[in-house]
Design a protein around this ligand. Structure first.
Ligand code: UDP
Ligand code: MG
Length: 304
């Protein structure tokens, strides 16, 4: 029988885990006679009881596999590890907080049978998320789409099912700054959405504070687009033209000198720093690649 691994990144999810695992285990019944189901929980350095809960379940059920990281390496690295260890015909990725309905993985599988190697969950509604999160996510996906040359579906997270072919191609991509929801479409395999309403987190708080959201957004933009560098050229052209205008005014008409100097110093300073910052983003990424550190470190594993 063909197989599926369901990969679940876990960071401080003790409030959700029992319920999540129960819901995920129900999938075995749904896939009966079609796919044999295993689970790869990647504990991303949780400081709460997540590791103990996972261990208890893994002891009782060999299809539950656990990877414990040595520390918190981040959501994208946890998914990467799950995909590295997955050996099944299909791999699915789902969050641990039940915001993504586990049952949809079955629909993704059915959709894949129509000839798709990637089936991703596209969010229609986001219940009970803050207005800021909804607005920033809405804006971010659209900015990203306009900046990048590959087709990145909007309103789509990492909740998806991929075939072994896609996984093997993806696993060859070892870059350090990972934006998985764009790396998967980069592989070029045929993809299709299934739609769902994103519900509330089952319990606990988001593990994505603003700092992690920004890091992910920066990785999305700077790892997939050189357009920010083009922006530097545009800004320099704008500055040059502005300086000509100022020169013209200066010649024909006496400006308030102090105001002009002050304004120009600040504007030029800000644009210079922006340009440096943009270049720094790329240079920092080159530095990270050359150091060639591992993407994550596994402390131990269970049933693997
Ligand atoms: N997560 C993780 N490492 C982190 C942060 C989050 O493995 O450093 C996991 C988390 O346990 C959850 C998923 O990534 O399974 C998505 O996180 P969360 O639900 O907090 O993000 P949100 O849905 O609020 O964007
Ligand atoms: Mg969530």
């Amino acid at each position: 029988m063909q197989t599926i691994d369901i990969i679940v990144p876990v960071y401080n999810e003790e409030a959700c885990l029992n319920q999540t695992i129960e819901r995920l285990l129900n999938l075995k019944e749904k896939f009966k006679g079609k796919l044999s189901v295993s689970y790869i929980f990647v504990n991303d350095g949780s400081k709460d009881n997540s590791a103990q809960i996972l261990e208890e379940f893994a002891k009782k059920d060999k299809s539950i596999k656990v990877i414990n990281f040595s520390r918190n390496f981040g959501h994208q690295m946890a998914i990467t590890a799950g995909l590295d260890y997955s050996k099944a015909d299909y791999s699915a990725i789902i969050d641990a907080d039940l915001q993504d309905p586990p049952e949809l993985i079955y629909d993704m599988y059915e959709k894949s049978l129509e000839g798709f190697d990637i089936v991703y969950g596209k969010r229609l509604k986001r219940e009970s998320e803050t207005a800021f999160k909804k607005l920033s996510a809405w804006g971010f996906y659209r900015v990203l789409k306009s900046l990048c040359n590959i087709e990145i579906p909007t309103d789509t997270g990492d909740f998806r099912l991929i075939t072994k072919n896609v996984r093997e191609a993806f696993n060859k991509m070892r870059e350090k700054h990972r934006f998985i929801r764009a790396m998967v479409p980069w592989t070029g395999f045929k993809s299709a959405p299934v739609y769902f309403n994103r519900s509330e987190r089952f319990a606990g708080e988001t593990k994505y504070p603003l700092s992690k959201m920004l890091k992910l957004a920066f990785d999305g933009i700077f790892s997939f687009s050189f357009k920010p560098v083009d922006l530097i050229f545009v800004l320099s052209a704008v500055l040059f033209l502005t300086s000509l205008v100022i020169l013209g005014f200066g010649i024909f008409d006496g400006f308030e000198e102090e105001f002009l100097i002050c304004f120009t110093v600040f504007l030029v300073g800000a644009i210079n720093l922006l340009a440096l910052g943009i270049l720094g983003q790329y240079i920092g990424r080159i530095y990270d690649e050359t150091r060639n550190r591992p993407l994550y470190i596994v402390k131990n594993s269970i049933n693997l």
